[in-house]
Each structure stands twice: as C-alpha cells, then as structure tokens.
Ligand binder design. Sequence first.
Ligand SMILES: [Zn+2]
Length: 501
Amino acid sequence: MLSVPSSIKRKLAAVVLVAAAPTLASAPALAQPMGLPSMGAASGSDLSPAMERALGDLIIAQGRRDPTYVHDSEINQYLNDMGKRLARYAPNHNLHVDVFGVLSPQFNAFALPGGYIGINTGLIVQAGSESEVAGVVAHEIAHVTQRHIARGLTQQKQSEMIAMASVAAALLAALAGGVNVASGVAAFGQAAAIDRQLGYSRDAEREADRVGFHMLTKAGYDPNGLQEMFAKLMNNAQFNMGTSGGNAYFSTHPLSIDRMTDMQNRTQLLDKNQYPSSDAFWYVRARALVLQTIERHDVTRVVDKLQDEGRRLKGAQRSAAWLALSELASQRRQYEDAKRFLGYAREGVKDSPYIERQAAALALAQDNASSALSISRSALARWPNHRALAEIQARALQKLGRHAEAAKFLQEQIKKWPAESPVLYQLLAVNLADSNQPAQARRAMADYYVLTGALPSAMAQLQQAREMTQNFHEQSRIDAEIRVLRTRMDQEKALLEKFSS
Ligand SMILES: [Zn+2]
C-alpha cells in the first residue's frame, strides 16, 4: 500500500497547525485554521490563463519576502535554468516557468498558479542525481502545462471540489493580511499545509507523469529520474515512519501502484548509466545543505557528514563537500580552515565558477576587497552568466570606494538580468547614495521594492525622488514611473479583492 496512512496524515496536520498558528492568530476561523476562503466569482473553471498568471505574479511578489524564499543566486539560477531547459519541450510553447528554492529540509515541491514552481532545499539535498531533481521539476511543470491548478483537478469529489486556486487565494490572504515577515512566519510552509488537504487527483498525477517524462527525456536527463527519486523515498525506513518529510509531497501528489507501474513500463528499456550529473548539481546540492544547516543551527552534525564525504567520494561530489565546509568555516570566521578546505575543493576537478565564487567571497569576508575583485573579475570573464560572481564583483568595487566604476558595472548587469536579481538594484542604490545622487538612489531602491513585491515602499521611494529633483525631464520621467506603479497597485488591489472574501 503506497498511500500515507490517515493517522500519519492527521499527526502531520496537527504539527502543521501548531507551526501555522501564529499567522492565523487573528483569523476568525481559528477552530479550522486551514480553512479556505470561498472562491466567490473566481472558480477553477473561469480562471483564465491571463488571470492565473496575474494571480501567480502577485503571489510570488509577496512570497519573495517570505523568510523561506531562497534568495541565493546560485541555487535559483541553477533551478531556473533547469526549468527552462525542460519547458522547451513542454506541449505549449512560450510557457512561463520560474523555479525558485524554498528553505526547508522537508522533501517537497509545489506549483503555484502562473508557472511558479517552488523546490525545497531538502529535496535537492536528498536527491542522488541531477535527473532526480529534474524529474520532480518536470512533473511540476507538467501540472502547469496541463492547467491542473486552474482546472481544479483535486482529490476532492466534484460536488465538494475546492480548486487549487483557492490554495493560492488562502496564501495570498495570509500574505496580504499583514503577515509579519520579521517574526519568521513561513507562508510557503503554510501554503503547503493548505495544499495538503487537497492534492491532485490520481488522473492528474498520471497525466503529469506522462507529460513530465516526455520533457525529461527530450531535455536529455535520465528518464528514470522521477521514478528513482520515488523509489528511494519509499525504501527509506524513515519515510515509512512518517518522519522524513516524504509524506508532504505524496499527500499532494498521490502515489499509486498504477502510477509506479506506468513509470516502470516507460523506463525499463533505458540504460541508467549514461546520464552523469553535472558538476553544477553537486555544488548546488552542497550549497542547499549549507543554507539549510545555517538556518537550523545544525552545524556540527553536518560538518561531520561533509568531512566524511570529502574523504570518501571523488570528483565534483568530493569537491562540493569541501566547498561547503569552506563556506561553513567562513561563516564562523574560521578563515584559515576555510582557506584550507577551499584548497581541497580545487583538487582533482575542472575549474568551476562555484569554486571561484567561494574564493572571492572568502576574500571579501576577510576584508580583502582587491583580491575579491580580481578573482571575481577574471572568473566572470570566463563564466559571464554566473550571476553570483557579478554580485560579488559589485560588492568588491563598492568596498574599494570605486563608485563610478561600480555604478557602470551594476547598470550593465541589470541590463543582463533586469528581473532576476533584486540585489543588483539594492547595491546600485547604495552606490548612488554614496556618490551623492540621492534621487537616483531612490529610483533604484524603488526598482528593488517592485521586484520584491513591496509596492507601497516603491511608491514612497519614487515620491521622495520626485521631491528631490528640480530637473524638468527627470520629474516627468519619475511621474511616468509613478503612474505605471499606481496602475499596477490598483490592479493588484482589484485582484486581491476578487480572491479574498
Ligand atoms: Zn503531482
């Protein structure tokens, strides 16, 4: 029997209730904190693709301020590249896909409306190969392409069907209702908790497996990826005791014997060993572990595990373990250790932007900005698409007081990544403020706030910038920006009203 016993589901639900309680303390439906707002006019059937996207944009803008949203450029860029590589083979063209990391040791992944896909750090850490992660990402993308969210294909009976969109609405209501980000409330965790009551139907799961398998195969990943991930989770003794976190995923993506048989029939003829994971996968996996470890104050146990891997394994897997140890040592200001571990990480592997990023970050942490600059500059010349290197180079220039150079550099990077890296705008704002351009600094800060979903803060910045400037052309440019922002705020408000009752 592959489904999760209901007693465990109830226990899980109880745990989730406790965790979610602070956010819901002021909600009237305290007796049933996972209760969903009624959908009102927006039922699953009339959630148009355009509205689904608008809803997704709104959710993710709020979600980026959630403490569990992973802002790390290396993790998000890696996941996003993987999502885009898979989406090229999706049944519908020009599919919008945005994959981001969620800081949680639990094995889980979820698709929000509009093509936004969250992947827990714990899923990356528990994966044994790149194709296992790709299998889950492909499956989630398939839920998007098949519009399972908008069509409300949930486990609920049709008569009592609650569209998945209402999960989004509940999340949105929680976020919009003044969730205190500083209190460490994890809205994505809450979304997953609400999610858990619903889950996709078995038919939707089989369809997502089939479509996901096609993408996985076409994109050149091991077609066994998803199946291997599931097989491993199920063989995991902890999973059977309900403690590994596998339940969270399987309760929203029900795994049946039929489903496993379908997967096996598709993959049995394929050769498993011709799909080695990229080096990037091992570095990103180790980085996911580092972030999750720092968050959980779990350092000693993880250091032991990584040191064991560093001695036992080979190639990029070994290098990634030492690189993670270097990062953890640097976080604890043990710079001599950090440097030594970095040296071990370089042994027996190809040059890598991940290693150079750590070398530059370590130099910066030790206040050696000129060394950080030269390392990041030559690495970025070799790997111009590695965003984390650009961020370090900008910080190094700033620390050296080379403001004009930093501003020029940042503006070039922003052209390259206009929406992917809010931190570039923040760095530019600091830089402009330091070089005595306060109005420009506020406009850059406004861009930062727009990207992170804090529209009222963006408006305040623009209004301040407007008051500071005497130049007519500058004023009319800012006025135009204010008008665009105001329209967007009105649209969001209307959307929020439609989805919260
Ligand atoms: Zn699924």
